[in-house]
Design a protein around this ligand. Structure first.
Ligand SMILES: Cc1cc2nc3c(=O)[nH]c(=O)nc-3n(C[C@H](O)[C@H](O)[C@H](O)COP(=O)(O)OP(=O)(O)OC[C@H]3O[C@@H](n4cnc5c(N)ncnc54)[C@H](O)[C@@H]3O)c2cc1C
Length: 456
């Protein structure tokens, strides 16, 4: 065991993405002794292709090729997928959570007041996003700027590094909350994959973790799994606490691209603006990505003639709310689109074609589908209760796994609300347990006179 690691804590949080970092921060700020164990590295983000590839493109770790030619990605790094995400914020759907007795409004109000979260100022909306917005508006679509978790005073126009991991601190990531948790006394250990939850007498008792290749047991009465939509169901299964496979959603995406002659761009914050057809479960947004990612899309579908057109190619993301299905297995994932999912993608792609045509784009082509929102694999109401507790006492899940149903939205803000709520709940329970023990303690060590009287 590393010398800095204690033998036991009040709470262990496994994973440091939005769910884990927020629950850790809320508990540490209320005085709990918190250990955060993170499989990935906490080295500073550099905003390079190489670092991003190590975080999210290693097959079987960050990237899963599966099903019908689909790619699913996640970030294995301190801060989780938020380190490489597109920083778009959407509020939690109140009705979905209210159905499970969960009210996230107080946490949402507090986070709105605290976080950088607003549409980008015009100066930071890139020329491609602006051109797509102009075309969508000319068609009468409700295309509007999206809330971004970006500090505009630090963000640089003409920069695209947020996609690889913003090195300037302009993009909010879960690392911001992780830093705060540590400032409140939480202990973070990175490069520390947890292998299983320890259970004693039907209750969580701690975890087994690999540190420097050595398996170590660390104890705590409270364990929060926040290993993400793929990691948490796997840990539950690996601990003998859940079935071998878990169905899930992934919010599949297709990029639709076409080139224009009068724009010279390719370097901007993606998803500056878009629209959400909630009833249909379809969302569209601009999706300008760095050159290597664009070229991967073109290569994927054999459009070799478009490889050099990055700076002139407008790109629109079509994302859908897919049904829960498929399987997360111990070492693999598999999910095929259903007919209803294909129909939604087809409708969204047709809209994107219309917008690109209105923008004057030519040579239009589309990528295969891919996804970056694995979740719903340990759902509230099935795998956990309204307090995010599993049937094993003291064992909680707090990440995209617990989202109760088909999704289709940027999840980060919702996960921050859930993490804050759970952290407040766990700190409150710990405080009331301490209070309950207090009278016994006072009685046990009470005034010598009464003790002496009792003794007589
Ligand atoms: C390219 C991309 C763009 C995106 N864009 C947006 C966006 O614009 N807006 C938005 O809201 N969302 C976006 N998302 C999705 C969003 O980032 C994720 O939904 C969110 O980060 C999920 O948070 P989480 O806490 O569930 O898990 P994660 O962020 O996946 O964090 C889980 C953490 O657990 C760690 N872990 C896993 N297993 C173990 C283990 N056994 N032991 C220890 N640690 C472990 C992982 O390394 C990781 O750090 C995007 C995602 C990607 C990949």
């Amino acid at each position: 065991m590393p010398s800095s690691l204690k033998h036991s804590y009040d709470a262990i949080v496994v994973g440091s993405g939005p769910g884990g970092a927020s629950v850790a921060r809320a508990m540490a700020a209320r005085g709990l002794r918190v250990l955060v164990l993170e499989q990935g590295s906490a080295a500073p983000l550099k905003g390079t292709l190489g670092q991003m590839a190590a975080i999210a493109a290693v097959p079987g770790k960050g990237a899963f090729f599966h099903g019908d030619a689909s790619l699913l990605v996640r970030g294995l790094v301190a801060g989780g997928s938020s380190a490489i995400n597109f920083a778009t914020a959407a509020p939690p759907p109140a009705a979905m959570f209210a159905a499970h007795g969960i009210d996230l409004e107080p946490q949402l109000a507090a986070l709105r007041a605290e976080l950088p979260m607003a549409p980008l100022p015009d100066a930071l909306v890139g020329p491609m996003a602006a051109r797509i917005m102009q075309a969508a508006l000319s068609l009468g679509l409700d295309w509007h700027k999206l809330d971004k978790m970006i500090r505009p005073q630090i963000c640089r126009a003409g920069c695209w590094r947020c996609v690889y991991g913003c090195p300037y601190g302009a993009k909010w990531t879960a690392r911001d909350f992780l830093d705060e948790a540590c400032a409140h006394g939480a202990h973070l250990v990175d490069n520390a994959p947890v292998t299983r939850v320890l259970v004693l007498g039907g209750r969580a008792a701690g975890v087994e973790v690999q540190i420097d290749g050595v398996s170590t047991a660390v104890l705590a009465d409270t364990v929060v799994l926040a290993a993400g939509g793929i990691g948490s169901p796997r840990l539950l299964h690996g601990s003998g606490l859940a079935p071998r496979v878990s169905p899930f959603f992934s919010d599949p995406v297709i990029a639709v691209m076409g080139s224009v002659d009068d724009v010279d761009g390719g370097a901007e914050v993606p998803m500056a603006a878009g629209l959400n057809l909630h009833a249909e479960g379809i969302a569209l947004a601009d999706l300008t990505l760095p050159k290597p990612m664009y070229q991967a899309f073109a290569l994927q579908v054999g459009r070799f003639g478009r490889l050099s057109a990055h700076r002139r190619t407008l790109s629109i993301m079509v994302k859908i709310r897919d049904e829960i299905g498929g399987a997360i297995g111990p070492h693999w994932v598999d999910k095929r689109l259903r007919d209803a999912d294909r129909a939604k993608l087809k409708q969204g792609v047709a809209m994107a074609h219309g917008i690109l045509a209105a923008a004057g784009a030519k040579h239009v082509f589309q990528s295969w589908h891919f996804a970056a929102h694995p979740g719903g694999s340990v759902r509230v109401g099935e795998g956990v209760d309204g307090d995010l507790q599993t049937p094993t006492g003291g064992l909680y899940v707090c990440d995209a796994s617990v989202i109760p149903g088909p999704w289709g939205l940027p999840p980060t803000l919702t996960l921050l609300c859930l993490g804050q709520r759970l952290g407040e709940h766990l700190a409150g329970s710990a405080a009331s347990q301490r209070q309950q023990r207090m009278p016994m303690f006072i009685a046990a060590s009470g005034p010598p006179v009464s003790s002496a009287a009792d003794a007589r």
